[in-house]
Design a protein around this ligand. Sequence first.
Ligand SMILES: C[S@@+](CC[C@H](N)C(=O)[O-])C[C@H]1O[C@@H](n2cnc3c(N)ncnc32)[C@H](O)[C@@H]1O
Length: 333
Amino acid sequence: MNSPRDEINHLISGFWKTQAIYVVVRLGIPDLLAAGPQTAEQLASESDSHPRSLYRLMRALASSGVFSEDSEHRFALTPLSECLRSDSADSMAALAWMRGDWQYRAWGNLLHNVQTGETAFDQVFGESLFEFLRRDPENAAIFDQGMVGVHGRETEAMVRSFDFSSIHVLADIGGGNGSVLAALLTHYPMLKAILLDRSDVIDRAKINLAHAGVAERVQFFVGDFFESVPAGADAYLLRHVIHDWNDKQSRTILRNCRDAMPNDGRLLLAEFVLPDGPEPFRGKWFDLAMMTVTGGQERTGSEYCTLLNDCGFTVQRVVPTATELSLIDALKN
Ligand SMILES: C[S@@+](CC[C@H](N)C(=O)[O-])C[C@H]1O[C@@H](n2cnc3c(N)ncnc32)[C@H](O)[C@@H]1O
């Protein structure tokens, strides 16, 4: 058991590891090590970096189990760094990239955010996250992959916990690169889908869903959910979309979904539903991430009920999953 001083020291120094992992991912080190162990000199020549500095970085990460180091100072992948290979299943490389890059810069402005209520990202970058991603194709692609890194494990849990079999056409609004639809359409062979997202995201989703062999059951829409949402589905799913936005913006999105729905339409929000009490819950940290990066928020169950009531929905039930994710199942009034 660490002393309180040790424990707080560990928490205070968390950014060391964020940056160290970010740098090895940016240099492509986990991919270089896929062929087998290498010295820092060899890795430096392949990654165009400074050998001694890279050695010190690798040595520190090896001391935390991210790599291993042998007696001849050759570094190798461990189960942790296997997850950082760009070609690994459910790679965490993109998540390490976005946490260490623009999210790190935004969090550097957390003090200003807390003092003023202004979103840290907007203050640092002079524009909102989604405006930034629209102008920056490399970071936009990293963001899509990063969503799979951060939320990917929730997909299987969601498919297992909720019965989608009564749904004929499911609209995934802000569905990102299509990984949720790929899982659902594979699990439910009769299901058809609509996917709405921004233009560059839809281009990537088409490739991913074709790769999953389900693209012919998907209608793709490029659009803006603040303007409108496509009609034609009996259920509308929004996973980790409403948490990106404040209540006013969320009401616009939800009312656009309601307008698009048939009278017996169903709304499914997949979100981290915060507990009312002080118990530990990872979603409380995501709430801070939303505050800092998008200006959105995670919400409690009663906050979701109020928001949905305001927009003409009645919550039927909140279905937990084996992860922190819950599905809020609501009907159009
Ligand atoms: C946090 S991501 C969630 C992605 C996906 N639903 C998931 O669970 O992995 C939010 C998504 O909303 C999309 N988005 C943001 N603003 C949008 C807008 N105005 N209209 C349509 N989609 C938008 C983003 O491109 C992104 O794919």
